[in-house]
Design a protein around this ligand. Structure first.
Ligand code: ADP
Length: 207
């Protein structure tokens, strides 16, 4: 059971998943709210009945999963639809991530929340926040390689997210990812030791 939650955030392409994997390789449970959203909207996902009831069958693809492109188009054009979608998904993601944090069998948990700055409620659940940081130009470069999206499309996604400075402002710790992947290892090693010690202190204080 884990009672110490480290929120992990960063803009698209900053290297969040890469950093999360390094913590996971140390045996730390990682709970990713994006992955949870995918789980809930997969065929037979727990959110599908409510989504179908709210939006009708056109938002499901042939497999029964949420058709992400169709849903994106719908909520892009309609703020009420977006609010309805979030009203269904967010409380479910919140409930499941709380439960998994509680049940996690590691001294602390990494709760990866890409939009942590934007979604205020996650901040209060975290004992500490770590942001993965790099210049926007690097984010854009990496996402273009990963996704085949055009530069303008990636720029539009980046500018719809919180700014680099906003993320740095809420972070207790920062992982700098503006270089080779190898520069991450030492930083994650140091943070891991810090979180082991902070989580042990919290557990002791509770006794
Ligand atoms: P995020 O989860 O923040 O969107 P990822 O961890 O998926 O970012 O990284 C985006 C892409 O960039 C991935 O393909 C990843 O392998 C690559 N990447 C991440 N950090 C580096 C780095 N320091 N050097 C080179 N490639 C990197």
């Amino acid at each position: 059971m884990s009672d110490y939650v480290v929120g992990l955030t960063g803009g698209i392409g900053s290297g969040k998943s890469t950093v999360a994997d390094l913590f996971a390789a140390k045996g730390i449970v990682v709970i990713d709210t994006d992955a949870l959203a995918h789980e809930l909207t997969a065929p037979d996902g727990a959110a599908m009945p409510a989504l179908l009831a709210a939006f009708g069958p056109s938002i499901a693809d042939v497999t029964g999963a949420m058709d992400r492109a169709a849903m994106r188009r719908l909520v892009f054009a309609d703020a009420t639809a977006r609010a309805r979608l979030e009203g269904i998904l967010h409380p479910m993601i919140r409930r499941i991530s709380d439960e998994r944090c509680r049940l996690a069998a590691s001294p602390y948990v990494i709760l990866a929340v890409p939009l942590l700055v934007e979604s205020g409620s996650y901040r209060e659940r975290c004992d500490r926040i770590v942001a993965v940081d790099c210049p926007e130009s690097r984010q854009i470069e990496r996402v273009m390689v990963r996704s085949q999206l055009a530069e303008e499309e990636v720029r539009a996604i980046v500018s719809a997210q919180a700014t680099r400075q906003q993320r740095l402002d809420i972070a207790d710790d920062v992982v700098n990812n503006d270089g080779a992947l190898t520069i991450l290892y030492g930083q994650v090693d140091r943070l891991h030791l810090k979180y082991l010690s902070l989580s042990a202190e919290k557990a002791k204080a509770k006794c």
